[in-house]
Design a protein around this ligand. Sequence first.
Ligand SMILES: Nc1ncnc2c1ncn2[C@@H]1O[C@H](COP(=O)(O)OP(=O)(O)OP(=O)(O)O)[C@@H](O)[C@H]1O
Length: 466
Amino acid sequence: MSQSRSDAFAIAVSVLVVDDDEPHAQAVAESLERINCECTIANSGPRGAELIESQNFDVIITDLKMDDVDGLEILRKAKEELPDSEVIVLTAHSSVPTVVTAMQSGAYTYLTKPLDIQELRQAVEKASSRIRLLRRNVALSRGLDEKFGFEGVIGNSPSMHRVIEQLKNLAPTDTTVLILGESGTGKELVARALHQNSPRKSKPFVPLNISALPESILESELFGHEQGAFTGAASKRIGKFEYANGGTLFLDEVGEMPTDTQIKLLRVLEDRRITRIGSNEEKSINVRLVAATNADLKQAMEEGTFRSDLYYRLSVVTIYLPPLRDRREDIPLLIDHFLKEFCKRQGREVEGISRAARQALMTFDWPGNIRQLRNTIEGMLALDVDGLLDVDDLPSELAELCGQSSDGTAGGAGADVLIGRPLEEVERYYIARTLELTGGKREETASMLGIGERTLYRKIKEYDLK
Ligand SMILES: Nc1ncnc2c1ncn2[C@@H]1O[C@H](COP(=O)(O)OP(=O)(O)OP(=O)(O)O)[C@@H](O)[C@H]1O
């Protein structure tokens, strides 16, 4: 239905009206659309039940007495499928026993027919403000439960604090989000966190990696196809958009999408309708879209390989995940997080990680970002035999940073070459490396080296360090 806006709700409230009296349902929907409700009408009980199964609603208004499925059945279905929503029942007489049953079964309130429009709007306003408050509290308490993260997204660096703040604000909304970041920086994890903390969480989260699909299959994957739509389409198949109905569709590597498909995707995002390949029938869909890419979409737009209208549709809000080498403060937290995870999974106990190994993990550049760090910790745990993850458990490219070859013998570079050298040279080397590690942050460097900031400043001058 079309949606008219007023100031009543800053963000539209989604309402399902279930009533087999068509003109009455229409009148209810129209009066609510004036206060910025987004209304969907079901003119039968079964249709109402079907919509509750596939979509999300904040408020469900149902007539108690219908010919097929009655309002109590709709109420039961809503409590089961959409536990966060509120149900308002409509009745001809408040004295009928079903009203009592409805209230006992969790209806928010009941209204008697003929409806008083003002009363109806007030009931919807009150019901939806309760839902919003509930959602906000859940989101906040989830976020606060974890000291350094949000729903498995760990980080304590200023940049990750910003990301986590964005996630907390965006999760309860339907806003389309574009996540940018190198491979392995946590784009899919962030998309899942958005879904898990949204009112859509009881509906599917559907990831689709665009780059993994040949062009010919992509559109059928997205929109589905009818039987015989093309050679090889032996049976009909629903696409990811339909599959994700009511939930979240995560399009990974969206920068790889062929331009023809980009046009079709744009149309779907504008109309909120899809057409299966080989079909004439349009289906309305209610999907939150989260897209991600490690490509430079601005450059792709300049080169004409990515449509700017689609870019602006996708990037209503952009979340940027910096590479791990630019947020090394997060490494210790992540090491401990993954160590705990793998110890639990493998039923192991370890004392911890040696200083030298930890130092190497802090210094490495991590081209594969957090995924590579995670795999490294898993591998180290698998190699370890003495309960202390040490340099001998490191993969070769990291062991080299400690002056060790992966078989544990001393190599040419790193700490050991300083043995027997003047203490001043050793000091200069360590201050320079620690400054490198902290990105030149003096306070952090001084604290890591266990000296005062003034002492550090003096030594930087003394050794002519940049
Ligand atoms: N901030 C984080 N806290 C905890 N684990 C993380 C974090 N970021 C990423 N991970 C973990 O790192 C791995 C890679 O993350 P993910 O698959 O989300 O990255 P990606 O950016 O989507 O990668 P790609 O672009 O290659 O698809 C996953 O196991 C994920 O759980």
